[in-house]
Design a protein around this ligand. Structure first.
Ligand code: ATP
Ligand code: MG
Length: 564
C-alpha cells in the first residue's frame, strides 16, 4: 500500500481502515462492496461511492464486491444490470469473480428470520400498511404495540411459513421485528422485515411471494459476504442501530458501517427517480443524453474516466452534506483532456474567406502541432488553399474597442498559415455578411512575420475544398437554477429545466484529418473546447458533442483565492 505512512493525509474513512489494519481488527482483511439497486443507471454520485469502495480495496490490498441489491422485484430490469457493469468497468474498476446478487441470499435470509421468530424476536402482524404507520407514532409521540405482537412462536412460525407458501394476499400480513415501539429511533419501532408481494423476480422468478425489506436485508448481505467496512451514505446513520440489533440477535458476522456525505452537484439532480422522470417524459434523449449526470451521459459527452476519478479524489469524503460546484467537475475534465486530446481545427459557424492573391489551384500542406502538452504526439499536415472558412464570430464589420479579431482593413494570423488582411466584405440582400475577401502575405508562412510585425489575434480556419461537414451539439446546464429543487410552490424540479441546454449546429466544417474518427474519441477543437465523436456519427456524417468549452471559471476562482 502506497499511502501507508501518510496517515495524516488520509480521509476519515481511509484513516479508519488504516487503523483497523494496524490493530489487526479484521485479521488483516479489507473487504468493501458497492451495492447498487438495479433500478436505474449510475450517476456521478455513484461514481463517488465506486471510487471510494473500489479505491480503498485497491489501496489497502483488499477486495471489493459488486453486489446488486435486487430485493425489490418490481423496479428492477436486466437493462440496468448490464449498464451498471459496463459503467463500473469504464470507470476503471474490476470486481474480479465477486459479482453477487442479494436475491441469492433469499433462502438464507428466510432462515435467519425463522431464527428470530424462534427467539421470540419477530412476529407476523396482520395490520395493514396504513395501520402500521398509525401505530408507529411520531418523533414526539411513542408508538403503540400491534395487537398481534404477542402471538406465540408456534403461531408465528406457522403463519410465516404460510406467507411463504402463498396462502395470503399482497399486503395481508407482514413479518416484523419485535424491538421497542417506544424507541426514540423510529427505525427501531418493530420495523417490517417481510412483505407479501406476488410478483415475479428477474432472477428468482416465481419462487418467492414474500420479499425482504431493505432494512432487514442490507446488513445480512454484508454479513454473508464478510464485508469488513460497509460504507454508505449519511441517511443510513440512524438505521445502523437496527442493523446492529439484527446481527447481534442472530449472533452472526458484523461489518462496521461507516457513513459519508452523498455527492450533490449544482445545476443538476442526482436521484434516480428524478432522472427516470426526465427520460420517461422525453425531456432528455435518454439515460445517456450528454446533459445527464449519468455515467453513460458523461461518457457520451466526452468526459474521460480519469477526469471523473480525479474529481472524486479532489472532493474527498466527509460527514457533512454539501453541494459541489459543477464547475469543479468541468475543470477536472479540462485538465485531463488538455493533456490527452489531439488538437484539430473546426469551424462551427462558417464564414467564407477568399484569399484574392493566393493562386487558384494551389494547395499547401502546412505543419500543425498535434498537442503542445505532449511533444510525442507529433505534427500533421493541414491543407491550405485560396478559399477557407473562419468562424462567423471572428469577424466584425464595425468592431468595438476590445474586439481584436478580423475587421475591414485589419491584419490577423491564420493559425499555422499566414497573416491575412481583410480587403472586402460581401453581403446578401438582407445585409448579412456572407463572404470576406483577404490578401495574404507570403512572407509570413507558418504564421511568423520576418519583420517582427505584430497582429493581435490568431484565428482557426479550415480549407473550404478539403473540410468535412459535421454536426456539432453544444450543451449548457440541464437546469437554470443552481438548485433545481428550489421551486415555486406547486411546481416541481422540472419547471427549472433550462430550455436552451442543447444547441445543434448542422453545417460545421472540420479538418479532413477527422475522417473516420472513432466513436468516443476526443479532440480539442482549437479555441472552441473539447469534443467527442457521438455514436450517431456515420461514414457520411460526423457528429460531435462538446464536452466542455475552454473557458475555465473554476481556475479563475482558484487563482483569485491564491492571490488573496
Ligand atoms: P438514488 O437516491 O439516486 O436512487 P440510491 O442511494 O438509492 O440513489 P443505490 O443504487 O442504492 O442508489 O446506490 C448504490 C450505492 O451508491 C449506495 O451505497 C449509495 O450510498 C451510493 N450513492 C448513491 N447516490 C450517491 C451520491 N449522490 N453520492 C455518493 N454515493 C451515492
Ligand atoms: Mg437505494
Amino acid at each position: 500500500m502506497s499511502t501507508n505512512d501518510s496517515t495524516a493525509k488520509l480521509d476519515f474513512i481511509r484513516a479508519i481502515v488504516a487503523d483497523d489494519l494496524k490493530t489487526n481488527k479484521w485479521d488483516g482483511r479489507v473487504h468493501t462492496r458497492f451495492p447498487p439497486e438495479p433500478n436505474g443507471y449510475l450517476h456521478i454520485g455513484h461514481a463517488k461511492a465506486i471510487c471510494l469502495n473500489f479505491g480503498i480495496a485497491h489501496e489497502f490490498s483488499g477486495l471489493c464486491n459488486l453486489r446488486f441489491d435486487d430485493t425489490n422485484p418490481i423496479k428492477e430490469e436486466a437493462e440496468y444490470i448490464e449498464s451498471i457493469k459496463q459503467d463500473i468497468r469504464w470507470l476503471g474498476f474490476d470486481w474480479g469473480d465477486r459479482l453477487f446478487y442479494a436475491s441469492d441470499y433469499f433462502e438464507q435470509m428466510y432462515q435467519y428470520a425463522v431464527q428470530l421468530i424462534k427467539k421470540g424476536k419477530a412476529y407476523v402482524c396482520d395490520l395493514s400498511a396504513e395501520q402500521i404507520r398509525e401505530y408507529r407514532g411520531t418523533l414526539t409521540k411513542p408508538g403503540k404495540n400491534s395487537p398481534y405482537r404477542s402471538r406465540s412462536v408456534e403461531e408465528n412460525l406457522d403463519l410465516f411459513q404460510r406467507m411463504r407458501a402463498g396462502e395470503f394476499e399482497d399486503g395481508a400480513r407482514t413479518l416484523r421485528a419485535k424491538i421497542d415501539m417506544a424507541s426514540p429511533n423510529l427505525n427501531m419501532r418493530d420495523p417490517v422485515m417481510y412483505r407479501i408481494l406476488h410478483a415475479t423476480h428477474p432472477r428468482t422468478g416465481g419462487k418467492w411471494c414474500i420479499y425482504p425489506t431493505y432494512d432487514w436485508a442490507h446488513g445480512l448481505e454484508d454479513s454473508v459476504e464478510g464485508i469488513t467496512h460497509s460504507i454508505c451514505t449519511l441517511e443510513f446513520e440512524n438505521h445502523r442501530p437496527l442493523y446492529n440489533w439484527f446481527l447481534d440477535e442472530l449472533g452472526i458476522f458484523h461489518s462496521q458501517q461507516i457513513e459519508f456525505a452523498r455527492l450533490n452537484l449544482t445545476y443538476t439532480v442526482m436521484s434516480k427517480r428524478k432522472l427516470l422522470q426526465l427520460v420517461r417524459d422525453g425531456l432528455v434523449r435518454g439515460w445517456d443524453d450528454p446533459r445527464m449526470p449519468t455515467i453513460c451521459g458523461l461518457r457520451r459527452r466526452g468526459y474521460s474516466p480519469e477526469s471523473i476519478r480525479n474529481f472524486c479524489q479532489l472532493i474527498g469524503v466527509n460527514k457533512f452534506n454539501s453541494t459541489i460546484d459543477i464547475a469543479l467537475l468541468e475543470h477536472c475534465v479540462r485538465e485531463d483532456l488538455n493533456k490527452t486530446s489531439p488538437r484539430v481545427m473546426a469551424v462551427l459557424r462558417p464564414l467564407k474567406v477568399v484569399i484574392d492573391n493566393y493562386p487558384k489551384d494551389k494547395v499547401e500542406r502546412l505543419e500543425a502541432v498535434n498537442n503542445p502538452e505532449d511533444p510525442s504526439a507529433g505534427t500533421r499536415k493541414v491543407a491550405f488553399s485560396r478559399e477557407l472558412y473562419i468562424e462567423q464570430e471572428d469577424f466584425m464589420e464595425e468592431p468595438p474597442k476590445k474586439f481584436y479579431r478580423l475587421a475591414p482593413g485589419r491584419e490577423v494570423r491564420l493559425r499555422y498559415a499566414y497573416f491575412v488582411t481583410c480587403t472586402d466584405v460581401v453581403k446578401d440582400k438582407n445585409g448579412q455578411v456572407v463572404e470576406l475577401h483577404c490578401r495574404y502575405d507570403p512572407a509570413t508562412r507558418g504564421g511568423d512575420s520576418p519583420d517582427g510585425r505584430k497582429v493581435k489575434s490568431t484565428l482557426h480556419w479550415v480549407s473550404a475544398a478539403h473540410a468535412l461537414e459535421a454536426e456539432v451539439r453544444l450543451y449548457d446546464h440541464l437546469f437554470r437554477n443552481e438548485n433545481p429543487d428550489d421551486v415555486e410552490q406547486g411546481a416541481d424540479f422540472k419547471s427549472n429545466l433550462n430550455q436552451n441546454s442543447l444547441e445543434i449546429l448542422t453545417s460545421c466544417r472540420v479538418e479532413p484529418s477527422l475522417a473516420g474518427a472513432a466513436q468516443g474519441s476526443r479532440y480539442q477543437f482549437e479555441r472552441l473546447g473539447y469534443f467527442c465523436v457521438d455514436p450517431d456519427s456515420s461514414d457520411t456524417k460526423l457528429v460531435f458533442n462538446r464536452a466542455v468549452s475552454l473557458r475555465d471559471p473554476w481556475a479563475k476562482i482558484q487563482k483569485a483565492q491564491e492571490n488573496r
